[in-house]
Design a protein around this ligand. Structure first.
Ligand SMILES: *[C@@H]1O[C@H](CO)[C@@H](O)[C@H](O)[C@H]1NC(C)=O
Ligand SMILES: *[C@@H]1O[C@H](CO)[C@@H](O)[C@H](O)[C@H]1NC(C)=O
Length: 466
C-alpha cells in the first residue's frame, strides 16, 4: 500500500498541470470587447492580468494591465502612440483571425501588428497575451514587443529595446530608451541619440561578454544576464522565495530603471527593490532643452527661459525675451550675461577660445558675437554655443561656469518727469536766456558801431560836398 502513494502523487501533479492548461481561458474568433461595462477585458485564469480597454486621457487605450491589485498597473499598450479612442469603438477578434479595433465609422486598426489567421488567443497568468494558429503554435505574443515594462518570463535579447512612457498616466513613448547591446551591456540613452558612451547614462553588464547576452527575469523576481551559451554572467537582483509576490521591471518616465515588487495582500503597494541609475539627475535630457536638473530642486529653466509645457519637462524651456536675428558676426546690444555656477552640458560649441581667458572676458566674447547664445567657461577656456542647450545639469564637483545670454528688459516709459531733468531744464532755460542776452548785446554793439560809422561817413561826405 505504501508504494502506491508516490504514484498517486505523481498522477495528481500531472492532472493538476493538465487541468491548469485546459483552464487557460481561450478566446475564440468572433469575440468582442467594448470600452465600458463587464465586457471590456479578457482576464487571465487567476484574474491577475487583463487584456482589453483601460481609460486613457479623455478616452481609452487597449493593453494589458494588472487587474488583481488595487491600483491597476498598465504593463503593455497596443499602438501606444495612437491617440486615445472614443467610447463607441469595438475590439474584434475577426472571423479571419485578426485582432482589430473598429471605430463606429468602420475604420480598422490592427492590435497585434498585422497578424492574421489566428485561431485562438489567450491572456496568460504570466502577463503574456498570446495568439495561436490552428496547430496551437504561438504566432504573436506581447512578451516579444515590450513597451516600458518587463515581466518575469520575458527575455530581452541583443538589439531589443524598451522605451519609457510619457508620464505615469500616459503610456505613449517617452524620452528614454533601454537597449540590450551587442557588447553585452544593458544600457540607457535619451531617445533620439545614437547608442554611444557620451549619451549613455546608466546600465549594467560585464565587460567582454557580448554578443548575444540576454536579460532574463524569473518568477521569483531574480533579474540576470545570460551569455550566448546560456551561462549566468551576472545577477542584477536576487530571487525571493516568498509566495504571493509579483514583480516588474519598468523604465520609468524619469529615465530610471526600477525593479518593483508587490505583495498580494489587500494593502499591497509597489516597492522598489532595485534601481539604476541612483542619481535622479543622471538620465540625460530629463528636464528637456534649455533647462537643468538640480539634486534638490529638480528641474529648472535656465535664466531668461520659461517652461514650454506645464505638464511635462520633456519639452524643456524657451526664451522669455525676443531675440534679434543675426546677419553677420556683429555685436548686438540689449543683452547681458547671466551666470550659473557648477553647471555642465553637452558640449556642442561652434567656437572655442583657448588662450587663457577670465570669466569676464568669456562673457564679453559672447556678448560681442551675435551668433553666441551661451558660453561654457572652464579652466580658462571659453566655449561659445548656440541654442538649444542639451543635458544641462548641476554638477557640484565640476568647476564649469555656464554663461547665458539674456535680453535686458526695455526701460519702462515713466509718465512723471523726474527731478533730475527738471533741474536740467532750469539750467537749459538759464543757458538759453544768457545766450539770448549776449546775442542782444552783440547786436546792440554792432548796430552802435554801424550807426557811428555811418554818421562819420555822412559827416565826411557833407564836409567834402561843402
Ligand atoms: C559563456 O560563459 C562560459 C563560462 O564562462 C564560457 O565557457 C562560454 O564560452 C561563454 N559563451 C559565450 C558565447 O561567450
Ligand atoms: C546567480 O544566481 C544563481 C542562483 O542563485 C546562481 O546559480 C548563479 O551562479 C549566479 N550567477 C552569478 C554570475 O553569480
Amino acid at each position: 500500500m505504501a508504494t502506491i502513494w508516490p504514484l498517486l502523487l505523481l498522477l495528481s501533479v500531472i492532472f493538476t498541470a493538465e487541468a491548469q492548461q485546459a483552464e487557460q481561458p481561450v478566446i475564440r474568433r468572433g469575440s468582442l470587447l467594448i470600452p465600458t461595462g463587464t465586457n471590456s477585458s479578457w482576464l487571465s485564469r487567476s484574474g491577475l492580468y487583463a487584456f482589453g480597454f483601460y481609460e486613457q486621457g479623455n478616452g481609452y487605450a487597449v493593453g494589458i494591465f494588472i487587474a488583481g491589485i488595487r491600483n491597476k498597473t498598465v504593463v503593455w499598450t497596443a499602438n501606444r502612440d495612437n491617440p486615445p479612442v472614443p467610447g463607441d469603438v469595438k475590439l474584434h477578434f475577426t472571423s479571419n483571425g485578426r485582432l482589430v479595433l473598429q471605430t463606429a465609422q468602420g475604420m480598422e486598426t490592427g492590435i497585434a501588428g498585422n497578424t492574421q489567421g489566428a485561431a485562438a488567443a489567450s491572456m496568460l497568468d504570466s502577463g503574456n497575451f498570446v495568439l495561436y494558429n490552428s496547430d496551437n503554435s504561438t504566432i504573436w505574443q506581447s512578451f516579444d514587443k515590450p513597451t516600458d515594462t518587463f515581466l518575469p518570463g520575458q527575455k530581452l535579447t541583443t538589439d531589443e529595446d524598451m522605451f519609457s512612457s510619457y508620464s505615469a498616466t500616459n503610456q505613449s513613448t517617452g524620452i528614454f530608451r533601454l537597449i540590450m547591446q551587442q557588447d553585452g551591456y544593458l544600457a540607457m540613452y535619451p531617445v533620439g541619440t545614437p547608442p554611444r558612451l557620451e549619451y549613455g547614462y546608466g546600465g549594467v553588464g560585464v565587460s567582454g561578454e557580448g554578443p548575444n547576452v540576454s536579460l532574463n527575469f524569473d518568477a521569483d523576481g531574480r533579474l540576470y544576464l545570460l551569455n550566448g551559451t546560456g551561462i549566468s554572467i551576472m545577477n542584477i537582483t536576487k530571487g525571493d522565495t516568498t509566495k504571493g509576490v509579483i514583480y516588474r521591471l519598468t523604465l520609468d518616465p524619469d529615465g530610471i530603471l526600477r525593479h518593483y515588487s508587490h505583495n498580494m495582500d489587500q494593502n499591497g503597494v509597489w516597492n522598489v527593490t532595485w534601481s539604476n541609475p541612483k542619481d535622479k539627475c543622471d538620465p540625460k535630457g530629463l528636464c528637456g532643452i534649455n533647462a537643468f536638473c538640480d539634486q534638490d530642486a529638480g528641474c529648472e529653466c535656465l535664466p531668461g527661459f520659461k517652461r514650454v509645457n506645464k505638464d511635462s519637462w520633456a519639452s524643456g524651456c524657451e526664451r522669455n525675451f525676443d531675440s534679434k536675428c543675426c546677419k553677420s558676426n556683429e555685436a548686438v546690444t540689449g543683452y547681458t550675461m547671466e551666470t550659473e555656477l557648477r553647471t555642465e552640458w553637452q558640449n556642442d560649441s561652434y567656437s572655442i577660445l583657448t588662450s587663457p581667458l577670465t570669466q569676464e572676458e568669456c562673457g564679453e566674447a559672447c556678448l560681442g558675437d551675435c551668433n553666441c547664445e551661451a558660453a561654457l567657461y572652464k579652466d580658462g577656456k571659453c566655449m561659445k554655443q548656440r541654442l538649444p542647450l542639451k543635458f544641462v545639469r548641476r554638477n557640484l564637483s565640476d568647476s564649469s561656469v555656464a554663461l547665458i545670454k539674456v535680453g535686458t528688459s526695455p526701460i519702462s516709459p515713466d509718465p512723471g518727469v523726474p527731478k533730475e531733468s527738471k533741474k536740467k531744464n532750469r539750467v537749459d532755460i538759464l543757458i538759453i536766456g544768457v545766450s539770448l542776452l549776449s546775442f542782444a548785446c552783440i547786436i546792440l554793439v554792432v548796430s552802435g558801431i554801424v550807426v557811428y560809422k555811418y554818421r562819420v561817413w555822412l559827416y565826411r561826405n557833407i564836409s567834402n560836398a561843402l
